[in-house]
Every structure is written in C-alpha cells, then in structure tokens.
Design a protein around this ligand. Structure first.
Ligand code: NAD
Length: 287
C-alpha cells in the first residue's frame, strides 16, 4: 500500500483551516516569517512551497531574505526583531546557512514559543522529556501518518536509519514517547540489515539513494522514506522503492510522501503557536 503524503497533507490543511478561522474570530491572523540567508536554489524552492501552503490555509507569511555575507550578529538581530513582533507567531530559519554562520546559535535566538520548526533546545528538551510542544515537522508528519494508518505504536519494533537532529533523533524520541521499542542506526552501525530486518516501522533518513534493499526489510513493514536525492534528473529516496514496495505493508513514495506532510505540519505548528500566543495575550488582558 502506498502512503499518499499529498492526500494526507491535504487533510492536515483541511484540519488547519477551521483553526485559522477560529483565530480570525478572535482578531488574529497567524503569521509565519521565514528567514533565508543567501541564494541556495533548493532553499528558495522549499521557501516557495512553504509560502504557497500558508496562502492556502490563510496563514500570512513573510519571507525575510538576507544577503549571503550577512554576519551572525545581523542574523541574530533580525531574529530578535521578529521575536518582538506580535503579528509573527512562527519563525523558521531555512537551513543550511552559508559557511561561517552557526545554525545552532541562530536557532537558539528564536523564542521557543515561535519556534515553528521545533528545533530550539527548549522544545527539543521538552520532546525528550515526553512533554511535546512544538516539534520538528518531518517526525510530526510521520507520527500523524502512523495515526491515520491506525498503527499500534506501543510495543512496535521501530528502526530509524539516520541520527540527525532534524529527523532521526526527534522521530526516535517521539516513537519512544509512544512506547515503541526504538533502534537508531547511522553511518557507523556495523550490520545495518540485521537491524532494519527487525522493523515493523522503518524510518529512513540517510540521504543515500538505494540504501535500503528488499532483503533488508521485514515483509509487511511500514516504511517512511525521508531521503531526498537527485539521481540524474530524477528525485529518489533512500529506499529501493520498486523492489521494497512489493513486500512492504505500506510505504511512502519519493516525491509525494514525507515531503508534503512535512510542509503541512509546519502550517499546523504555526497555527498552534498562534493559538498559544493568543491565549497567553487574552489571559494577560484578563488579569
Ligand atoms: P543528515 O544528512 O544530517 O545525516 C545523515 C544521517 O544518515 C546521519 O545520521 C548518518 O550517520 C546516516 N547515514 C549516512 N549514510 C549512512 C549509511 N550508509 N548507513 C546508515 N546510515 C547512514 O540527515 P537529515 O538532515 O535527516 O537528512 C537525511 C535525508 O533526508 C536527506 O536526503 C534529506 O534531504 C532528507 N530530508 C527530507 C525531509 C523531508 O521533508 N522529506 C526533511 C529533512 C531531511
């Protein structure tokens, strides 16, 4: 079975719209600011996708573009400015940053309540403690899809390939929070196949085309292929889709799988941030 990321993303958008309307009734339009430093074409494309998704659900989005030679101080000053703006509820710093700019440092400047991507250490810490607030969007999309598929996570064997801060580590924590048994593999894992073969749920985020082959997968496994790789003029994932899809219980295609869901979750999180900030403002007014 194919996990249709586009259809699931459309559902998330449909679930997000009424929340935007409720905020409108309270006089609030959710606002997302994206911050792009430099002219990386892939980053520009991702930003465009995010802005048109915002338009579809009624989120006001603003693209802050800074030149390639922006200093760390200038970037931080811009983020501080966005932190202070009441009409901006979510701030997203598009990665990667040009050389010389530390993404961790810039990320830490974003006010945790406005951290639409869920990468701030405070939000990451809350996630690890099992008190999820704003969380990274790709893992959130995977958890959403698992919920929609009706997969029982408690006691499920989950294997993650890749231990990045954006995908591998947070999806591991989110699955642990839901009582799955989680193994995390990475480039130094000795016998990758011996782990992946145990997976009821397999999440692959390595950035290596064709890494996961048919004989590395348990028949019936549910597979999320997060990888985005350009091979010739095609975009492919990390899983040998044609062969693996024959035995998988369910699998995401690339493109059209995890990618659209990630963007949809950004919308949901921006609205969540706006809801929280609006509630805080209303509470402060009452007291
Ligand atoms: P990364 O690129 O920061 O790190 C790669 C990870 O894969 C590391 O943990 C590394 O140890 C592991 N790895 C590399 N080669 C391996 C191998 N041969 N065997 C086992 N593990 C190996 O990770 P990332 O930022 O999570 O990106 C991974 C992929 O996911 C990339 O292709 C990226 O473009 C894609 N991605 C897609 C989305 C989406 O929305 N679909 C979001 C984020 C990342």
């Amino acid at each position: 079975m194919l996990i249709d990321g586009k259809a699931l993303a459309a559902d998330v958008e449909a679930e997000t719209k009424p929340r935007v309307e409720k905020l409108a009734a309270r006089g609030v339009v959710p606002g997302l600011a994206t911050v792009l430093v430099g002219e990386n074409p892939a980053s520009q494309m991702y930003i465009r996708l995010k802005h048109s998704a915002c338009d579809r659900v009624g989120i006001r989005s603003e693209n802050v573009v800074l030149p390639e030679d922006t200093t760390e101080e200038q970037l931080i000053a811009k983020i501080v400015e966005l932190n202070e703006r009441p009409d901006i509820h979510g701030i997203l710093l598009q990665l990667p940053l040009p050389k010389g700019l530390r993404s961790q440092k810039a990320m830490m400047t974003i006010r945790p309540q406005k951290d639409a991507d869920g990468f701030h250490p405070e939000n990451m810490g809350a996630l690890l403690l099992g008190a999820e607030k704003l969380v990274p969007c790709t893992p959130r999309g995977i958890i959403y899809a698992l919920g929609r598929l009706g997969v029982k996570l408690e006691g499920a064997e989950a294997v993650i390939v890749g231990h990045s801060n954006v995908v591998g580590k947070p999806i591991a924590a989110m699955l642990l929070n839901r009582n799955a048994t989680v193994q995390v593999c990475h480039v130094f894992t000795k016998d990758l196949a011996s782990h992946t073969r145990e997976a009821d749920i397999l999440v692959v985020a390595a950035g290596v085309p064709g890494l996961i082959k048919k004989d590395m997968v348990k028949p019936g496994a549910i597979i999320f292929d997060v990888g985005i790789n350009r091979v010739g003029n095609k975009t492919v994932g990390d899983v040998d889709f044609d062969a693996v899809s024959q035995i998988a219980g369910a699998i995401t295609p690339v493109p059209g799988g995890v990618g659209p869901l990630t963007v949809a979750m950004l919308l949901s999180q921006t609205v969540q941030a706006a809801e929280n900030q609006t509630a805080a403002v209303e509470m402060a007014k009452k007291s």
